[in-house]
Design a protein around this ligand. Structure first.
Ligand code: NAD
Ligand code: WQD
Length: 341
């Protein structure tokens, strides 16, 4: 029988892609999501891609009863923990809401796992935990000093996971620090569906391309980078999803107590480079203007992905044009996201 993997936040952007990758690898995803930032439609789309619709339990990770009932109802081999709130700006305005949901929610999930004797966990961390180091290529052994409540929450959870693994034998925990996830499944059936005006670059670009937004504002043309725009490490969401499956296999087969890995391509791409790659894919120019820097941004960073390659044998496969083409296929087929369904 194929092992069941609990996917918290599995109806969301990255979680739904992880469900596709899990099914392809022979696992059975079981989704727990309160749908606060997603729609069950994503899981119906997973069925159209994979032939299997993950079971959805609509509940909050802070709901101990729901978690106990879930763990009592079937054996769970491992947990992929994606559930969380992710808007950096919002976390500054509402830190308690973020810490309650993300940190408190993780505590509740870990307590339920402990009661159920499930001790294998993959946690969605973020490159945000590094803060603003003086070098641009981030390595896992660098000092973490996050600069906003969202990032501090991720770092608190990582530290808590370390404490837990050290306190009790049997835990197998991976914290995966994502760089900038973008793109969509190549079918165009699932993808990123932000509520309201997107904060992030790629959905903003695709919404300009589809006519939902008038023009891209490039935040800063005077950064100390080759073309003056900000540089990030964009990772295709399917590469990211496959990285999770590789980490899961590693935890199940090699049982390391603790693993912290960057998931990124190792390649820095500027805002203007991403915009031009996208324009090349769609065959037309997009309106854009260079405006002031966005508060809280830094000039440039990207992953050192060496450790993930050495430990998991995983590295990104998809290039910039694939991530633009796939993001565009999703946006074109679903101009208003899952609301079109
Ligand atoms: P998303 O909002 O699309 O998915 C998160 C899911 O979690 C949503 O379906 C939401 O409904 C659910 N959720 C939130 N709080 C919950 C709760 N208390 N109980 C149950 N379900 C809850 O976001 P995403 O981009 O798929 O991100 C997934 C994870 O990856 C998050 O933890 C995020 O912080 C992390 N991450 C995301 C990025 C990124 O840029 N997308 C980068 C680094 C890390
Ligand atoms: C990318 C680049 C912007 C929008 C955020 C979170 C981070 C992680 C990933 C969760 C920057 C520029 C953007 C726009 C622009 N999330 N930009 N015009 O800020 O690198 O990372 O998402 O863990 O924690 O902070 O991503 O997509 O917002 O920005 O010029 O309309 O695009 O200035 O250089 P960011 P982003």
């Amino acid at each position: 029988m194929s092992p069941t993997i609990l996917v918290t936040g599995g109806a969301g952007y990255i979680g739904a892609h992880a469900c596709v990758a899990l099914i392809a690898a022979g696992y059975t995803p079981l989704v727990l999501d309160n749908l606060c930032n997603s729609s069950a439609e994503s899981l119906r789309r997973v069925r159209r891609i994979s032939g299997v619709e993950p079971r959805l339990i609509v509940a909050d990770i802070r709901d101990a009863q729901a978690l106990d009932a879930l763990f009592a109802a079937q054996p769970v081999a491992a947990v992929m923990h994606f559930a969380g709130l992710k808007a950096v700006g919002e976390s500054t305005a509402a830190p308690l809401r973020y810490h309650d949901n993300n940190v408190g929610g993780s505590v509740a999930l870990l307590q339920a796992m402990q009661r159920a004797g499930v001790r294998t966990l993959i946690f969605s961390s973020s490159a945000t935990v590094y803060g603003e180091p003086s070098v641009a290529q981030f390595r896992e052994d660098m000092r973490c000093d996050p600069v906003n409540p969202y990032g501090r929450g991720k770092w608190m959870i990582e530290q808590m996971l370390g404490d837990l693994a050290a306190s009790e034998p049997g835990w197998r925990i991976a914290a995966l620090r994502y760089f900038n996830p973008v793109g969509a499944h190549p079918s165009g059936l699932i993808g990123e569906d932000p509520r309201g005006v997107p904060d992030n670059l790629m959905p903003y670009i695709t919404q300009v391309a589809v006519g939902r937004l008038p023009a891209l504002r490039v935040f800063g043309g005077d950064w100390p980078t080759a073309d003056g725009s900000g540089v990030r490490d964009y990772i295709h969401v399917m590469d990211l999803a496959e990285g999770h499956v590789a980490a899961l296999r590693h935890l199940l087969e090699h049982a390391p107590q603790r693993l912290t890995l960057n998931l990124g391509s190792g390649r820095g791409t500027s805002v203007l480079q991403l915009l031009h790659a996208f324009e090349h894919v769609i065959g037309r120019a997009l309106p854009h203007e260079i405006v002031a820097r966005r508060p809280g941004d830094i000039a440039a960073y990207w992953a050192d992905p060496t450790r993930a390659a050495a430990v998991l044998g995983w590295r990104t496969q998809r290039d910039l044009s694939a991530l633009c083409a796939d993001a565009w296929r999703w946006q074109q087929a679903n101009p208003r996201g899952y609301a079109d369904a």
